[in-house]
Design a protein around this ligand. Structure first.
Ligand SMILES: NC(=O)c1ccc[n+]([C@@H]2O[C@H](COP(=O)([O-])OP(=O)(O)OC[C@H]3O[C@@H](n4cnc5c(N)ncnc54)[C@H](OP(=O)(O)O)[C@@H]3O)[C@@H](O)[C@H]2O)c1
Length: 421
């Protein structure tokens, strides 16, 4: 017997009696992606009623009359059901989003840098007022990781969360691994194909995935980390020698964000290049793709992969947030009632390649297991605090560092010997 779905009663919470009126702030890659999706899917029940941008004389794909230049005016318009903030300026975004929440508005944002810096204040504002903020698009574009952690895994402890959260650096690393090319030509190719920004610092220096890791920590462990506390090491100093080193062990180098619960219940968060073997699902996450492995106490391992950037994938995450808001969904931050403490009193096993011997002295290795003069690399344990303290110097002198995945307390006794990813 077939069932006619159209005859089933529709819940009043999800039935779009009237399309929701959306105030869109920003009409770049993400804003245009959302606009295009809503044009193609009018039945989704959202209409972009007002669009605020910054530059009056810019050529745009829609008639000039559709744009206005004062985002504040949208905050004042109570006929708008929801505001979507997708601008490229973190300070202005924070001003707009925090003011909107103060006024009890519903807001969707994709701005991970702004969120990572201000999440505690934004959560506080929501608790104090009537406003609601969702931000699925801020982490891994189209992959529904924030909602999965917050809603589905809200009650289940997580052992580990490991992810490739930045498609630009992943594209560069993939290309270097494919044909042995060096960093500069691989980056140039990524820029030509639109997978990397003209200023690559945020992506290649692992600042962007660090912001995303901070957001994941809030939902996975209830911990609101200061981004500065989280070690981020990038790939600007990588060369074909490093890719060959990894390949000689059957591994690839990936920029991995690793959040991990330690034996004493504290957590650590590291965002650095890491050696990844074929046993990890992240090994096959190549090019501009993102992927996240969730290791939960009872569910076991789960793996999500998808497009982490681009107008349509990111617009798709914004649409999912709009639909969730209409159903009354809010983030619970359930684990924030007993937040895991952040641990930095650890030693991290690294491969360091540098032609500056004084960097090896500066890092003060507690143990060196391998040293190769001709290739100028060492493998050994270094205090995490030293890596955090000297990360700018390491970047300045072009050193390249990869984690093996092994961690231990500063006491030198190995307690987590397995590879993270
Ligand atoms: N691109 C992606 O794939 C992606 C993925 C995930 C998250 N995100 C995040 O989404 C946000 C938007 O990224 P995007 O790539 O779409 O940026 P984008 O292409 O550079 O576009 C930025 C837009 O913001 C507008 N804008 C800047 N300041 C403004 C202001 N004060 N008032 C009103 N409009 C303003 C700009 O106006 P004009 O047009 O007048 O210049 C432009 O339309 C960023 O936070 C980014 O980190 C992006």
């Amino acid at each position: 017997m077939s069932i006619n779905l159209a005859s089933l009663p529709v819940s009043s919470a999800s039935a779009p009696a009237q399309p929701w009126r959306v105030g869109l702030i920003g009409f770049g890659c993400v804003g245009q992606g959302l606009y295009d999706i809503l044009q193609q899917r009018p039945e989704a029940g959202f209409t972009i009623s007002r669009i605020a941008v910054k530059t009056p004389d810019k050529v745009r794909p829609l008639p000039a009359g559709r744009f206005e230049f004062d985002a504040e005016a949208l905050l004042n318009d109570d006929s708008l059901d929801v505001l979507v903030e997708v601008i490229d300026d973190a300070d202005t975004a924070f001003r707009l989003v925090s003011e909107a929440l103060r006024r009890g508005r519903r807001v969707v944002t994709a701005n991970k840098a702004m969120l990572a810096r201000h999440l505690p204040e934004l959560v506080q504002l929501q608790r104090a007022g009537q406003g609601t903020l969702l931000y699925e698009a801020a982490v891994c574009g189209s992959i529904p990781i924030i909602r999965t952690l917050d809603a589905y895994f809200g009650a289940e402890p997580l052992r580990r969360l490991t992810g490739i959260l930045n498609g630009s650096s992943n594209y560069v690393l993939t290309r270097m691994g494919e044909d042995g090319s060096d960093y500069a030509p691989a980056l140039l190719e990524a820029q030509h194909k639109g997978f990397a920004e003209t200023d690559p610092t945020l992506d290649m220096g692992a600042f962007d995935p660090r912001s995303k890791a901070v957001l994941l920590a809030a939902h996975a462990y209830g911990s609101f980390l200061n981004p500065e506390e989280v070690l981020n090491l990038g790939i600007e100093g990588i060369s074909a020698v490093d890719i060959a080193f990894a390949a000689s062990n059957g591994q690839k180098i990936k920029v991995v964000a690793g959040l991990q619960r330690l034996a004493d219940g504290r957590i650590t968060a590291l965002v650095t290049p890491q050696l990844v073997g074929p046993e990890s699902p992240l090994y096959s996450v190549d090019r501009e793709f993102n992927g996240v492995v969730i290791e939960a106490d009872f569910a076991g391992e789960q793996f999500l992969q998808g497009r982490g950037a681009g107008g349509h994938p990111t617009g798709s995450a914004v649409l999912a947030d709009l639909a969730a808001l209409r159903q009354g969904f809010t983030y619970q931050y359930s684990k924030a009632t007993t937040p895991a403490e952040y641990a930095s009193d650890l030693e991290v096993e690294i491969y360091l390649r540098t032609d500056e011997d004084r960097l090896i002295d500066l890092l003060d290795f507690s143990e060196i297991s391998e040293e190769a003069d001709e290739d100028e690399y060492v493998v050994g344990y270094v205090a995490l605090a030293n890596l955090i303290r000297h990360r700018d110097t390491l970047r300045k002198y072009g050193a390249f560092i990869v984690r093996t995945g092994r961690l231990r307390p500063v006491s030198t006794e190995v307690f987590t010997a397995e590879i993270l990813a």
